[in-house]
Every structure is written in C-alpha cells, then in structure tokens.
Design a binder for this molecule. Structure first.
Ligand code: SF4
Ligand code: SF4
Length: 356
C-alpha cells in the first residue's frame, strides 16, 4: 500500500486506491477497510509494473484477498467460532452433511414409511412430514442467530475502521452504497471488465455474480411472501405454480443454478497469482452450498406431487438450514462487509466534497 500510495497509477480502477490516497499511514482497521472494499477484479495486478517478476513483488489482489479473510475471522461473533474461517471448506462440508443427515433421520424417525414415501398434495402437504410450527421455530431460530452474529461482526468492523455506529445510517452514503453494490460498480477493472484467467477482461464474473445475488434475493423474497401468506392470509404451502412465492422461488432457483455454476467455472480458470489459494475451499464451499440449495429447491418443486417429495424436502431443508447457520462463518459475510466498506467510502467522498 505504501508503494501504491507513491505510485498512484491505479487510482482510476476502483474505490480502493482513492480511499488509500486519502491517508498517509494505515492502521489495521484501514487495511481491513481496503481489503473489504476490493472487489477482486484483478486489474491492478495486470496493470502493475511492479507485480512479479519485478523484485517489489506487488500483488494487491492476492494480499487484499488474504487480509479480507483474516478480517472476517477477527470480527467473527462469538470469537470462539473465528477458527471456522481457517479450514472453512471442511467446516462447511461437515456442517452441511450433519444438517442433511439430521433432517433425513428426523423425517424417518418421526414419520412412518407410508407418510415419508406417500404422495401428498394440496395446501399443507409439506406439513404432513414436518409441522409448520416446528419448521418455523427451527428456521426462525437459525435465521435470528445468523442475523445477531452478522450484526455483531459488522459492528466490530465499523468500530475498527474508526466510525461511530450511528454514522452507518447516513442516508446519502447508504443510497450511494446500495447503488454501487447493486451494480457491482467496482468489479469492472475501471470500465474494461474483470481480469480472471488472462489479460483479456470480460464481464463473466460480474454476470454470474449478479445471477447469484439476485437469485438469492428472489428466493429470500419467496420465503418472506410465503410466511406472510401463512400468517396473514392463512394460506398454506405448497402454492400453485403461478402464485407469487412459486414464481419468485423459481426465478431465484434458476439464478442459484446458473450463477454459482458460472462462478465455479470462472474460479477454476482463475490465474493462481490473483487468489489466496489457502482460501479456495471457502469460496468453493459457499458456491456449492448456494448451488445445492437452488438445485434441491427446483427438484422439489418439479417432484412435489410424487412419492419423492418427503426425501427431497428433507434434503432441501438440510441444505437451507446449513446455509443459515454457516452464514456468519463463511464467504457469505463478504456481502455485508463489502457493503459497509462502500458506505464508508461514500461517506469519505461526500465529506471530502464538502471540504473542497
Ligand atoms: S498496483 Fe502497482 S501500478 Fe497500481 S498503484 Fe500499486 S504499485 Fe502502482
Ligand atoms: S483487484 Fe480490482 S477492486 Fe481490488 S484493488 Fe485491484 S483494481 Fe481494485
């Protein structure tokens, strides 16, 4: 960063370099802020005259990738779980396997064979296998825990970068950050595209990331609408194919199939110089979890009126539950930390504009 701050060649590529140029010295909090502001487009490695084989060995994307994961571990709540970031691929795989196994054995233990492998149709069909209240309590608790753990982590990050917690609610900066995050403004190498496997930039990673992000968002919206249907309108799932929760869930599920599959393909093509190889397991585990959540959801939708519905529901709920409980301890956190870094960057820009 000190070399970059003298050089400043990359200042038009993304938000990291302008943020860096506002400082003369860098605290640990500042470095964590830069690391989470970086979108890993790779442009500053390709453009750098001091990158390997130059003796300065400047490799901003790789160093910020490593610093990012270290920051997530440092801010994890409770601290006892920060070790889950160390061998994250293994940890997520074990938790997912246990979760899926628990749902399968639970379904088998609490339902007799005719119910488990029976054909259930119409409103309330899913609840023949697991009562709605039990499902809502289990997933509500897991979701609440994830929210608390994520908020505590973000709070620690925001304090570490030197901002009072109230400033996170600055409307102008929030709106700018929402626009930047929703467009992935800084995953474009300064306008030419993302560098992945070679020196030819493309928009592939951006497109697959959008499909994944908006696919996840649509699936979440489908769950929220279904919850409102259940509690406000007394309408029980499963719903017909044309109804809002199914339409949202289907579109989201397709996004979660295509987006993660594309991201995984891009990851395996990525130039090793750009990645922190120790963390590949974390990235792959998160992408695969999203894919399996979308895949089991779509298969369940297609086969929900057959005898396969019971085992498929157990499988889908197992992956969704594992996704919820591991959200604060895996790659999912990058959404929040990057967004918060964008809020901070927007605030700095606005303050600087006012000063000028
Ligand atoms: S990455 Fe290289 S070219 Fe870019 S600012 Fe840093 S030293 Fe300069
Ligand atoms: S990899 Fe891209 S986003 Fe990250 S610092 Fe370099 S140019 Fe900026």
């Amino acid at each position: 960063m000190t070399v970059c701050n003298s050089c400043r060649y990359c200042e038009g590529l993304c938000a990291v370099f302008p943020a860096m140029e506002m400082r003369r010295a860098f605290s640990d909090g500042d470095l964590n802020y830069f690391a989470n502001l970086c979108h890993a487009c790779g442009a500053c490695y390709t453009d750098c005259q001091f990158s390997p084989p130059h003796e300065y060995n400047v490799n901003v994307p790789q160093n910020l990738a490593a610093a990012r994961v270290e920051s997530w571990a440092a801010y994890a709540w409770p601290r006892a779980f920060s070790g889950l970031f160390a061998r994250n691929g293994l940890a997520i795989s074990i938790i997912a396997a246990l979760s899926v196994a628990a749902f399968i054995f639970g379904f088998a233990a609490f339902n007799d064979r005719q119910v488990l492998l029976g054909i259930h149709t119409g409103p309330g069909a899913f609840y023949a296998l697991m009562p709605h209240n039990a499902m809502a309590a289990l997933f509500g608790a897991a979701f609440l825990y994830a929210i608390v753990a994520l908020v505590m982590g973000v709070r620690a990050f925001w304090r570490d970068i030197g901002e009072p917690v109230g400033m996170l609610a600055d409307p102008g900066s929030l709106w700018q950050a929402i626009k930047d995050a929703s467009q992935l403004r800084y995953l474009d190498g300064g306008g030419v595209g993302c560098f992945n496997e070679d020196e030819r930039p493309t928009d592939h990673r951006k497109i697959y990331h959008h499909l994944t992000f908006y696919g996840f968002g649509l699936c979440f919206a489908a769950t929220c609408v279904a919850t409102l249907y259940h509690f406000l309108l007394a309408r029980e799932a499963p719903y017909p194919w044309w109804d809002l929760p199914v339409v949202l869930g289907t579109l989201g599920g397709i996004g979660l199939l295509v987006g993660p599959a594309g991201l995984l393909a891009e990851k395996f093509k990525r130039d090793p110089a750009l990645v922190d190889e120790k963390r590949t397991g974390m990235d792959v585990a998160f992408i695969v979890m999203l894919f399996l959540t979308g895949f089991t959801g779509i298969v369940l939708l297609l086969l929900r009126e057959t005898a396969a519905m019971g085992p498929l529901l157990a499988l889908h709920l197992g992956f969704v539950f594992a996704l919820f409980v591991t959200m604060p301890y895996g790659k999912f956190v990058h959404c929040l930390y990057r967004f918060v870094a964008l809020v901070r960057y927007a605030r700095e820009r606005r303050m600087m504009a006012h000063t000028v």
